[in-house]
Ligand binder design. Sequence first.
Ligand SMILES: NC(=O)c1ccc[n+]([C@@H]2O[C@H](COP(=O)([O-])OP(=O)(O)OC[C@H]3O[C@@H](n4cnc5c(N)ncnc54)[C@H](O)[C@@H]3O)[C@@H](O)[C@H]2O)c1
Length: 324
Amino acid sequence: MRLLVTGGAGFIGSEFVRRLLRADPSARVTVFDALTYSGVEANLASVAHCPGYRFVRGDVCDPGAVDEVMAGQDAVVHFAAESHVDRSIRGAGPFVRTNVTGTQVLLDAALRHRVGRFVQVSTDEVYGSIGEGSWTEEWPLTPNSPYSASKGAADLLALSYHRTHGLDVVVTRCTNNYGPHQFPEKVVPLFITRLLDGLTVPLYGDGRHIRDWLHVSDHCRGIELVLLSGRPGEVYHIGGGTELSNHKLTGLLLDAVGADWDRVVAVPDRKGHDLRYSLDDSKIREQLGYLPVVPFAEGLAATVDWYREHRHWWEPLRARSEQA
Ligand SMILES: NC(=O)c1ccc[n+]([C@@H]2O[C@H](COP(=O)([O-])OP(=O)(O)OC[C@H]3O[C@@H](n4cnc5c(N)ncnc54)[C@H](O)[C@@H]3O)[C@@H](O)[C@H]2O)c1
């Protein structure tokens, strides 16, 4: 299978590509990535020697570049996105451009080149916020942030290409990911790197917001299952099973680096902050045999160790994040 991976230099996309090529170094994988502030080509250094690997720098909104890279592909896994909620609150333009227009450009090219399968990688945030219980795949989309609205729009576009044009589209929606190579503006690496540097960490509001955490390798295992065995036109949830308030998560991160609560500063709550996300992922478990395998405590400890040992990776990125 010749696979096109958009956004493969980012946190989750690079994990997906490393996993794939570690398992089969002869797999034919083209990474297409604009290398925005959150894209790091070095994330793929460990597989760059693989014979089937190719990196193409390009923008998913550029129809010419997308057309060229799409030719001859059998499947697409579409990770490329503007992905940080806080940035979408400061300015929605890049989110609409990359997440919505970029997805449309890719879908058109996939259709033109008769690509066999298009995996749209999405998020639980498209459902908004839920007080109790969990969302199933049939739940209506009621996103609250410009980020989640742009992802929801892209999901609907992708599904419309299945219904209208018969393109083989599958959508995955996942909970919050953590793990190595995550850009240090997101809460887990932001807190770890600041705590390692002896700095304070900002906790939104009273910290009661609840997220469901999943190790990035489990997310990628789920995407692989959907790529290979998902049913065309279907949505699949990929869940974590570790629901934690941000307050509890902060406590665990403080413990992991040996710091106290005096390093935590309460900051005004994020605008429109969703209180709780929760996915019912019984469909992918029952139909595709998905099971997350990384226990949260082990995954978090390994993640803290990774950031401790990879200061050379994140220090330059922190500066880049402040400038972007
Ligand atoms: N991080 C999470 O917890 C999470 C959870 C569920 C779903 N997702 C989804 O997974 C995907 C990947 O998220 P991530 O956390 O790895 O993000 P990331 O910000 O780490 O990576 C995004 C990648 O996309 C590339 N990119 C951005 N704009 C581009 C453009 N116009 N053209 C080509 N490439 C471009 C960047 O250079 C970067 O390599 C996103 O679609 C996101 O919505 C993320």
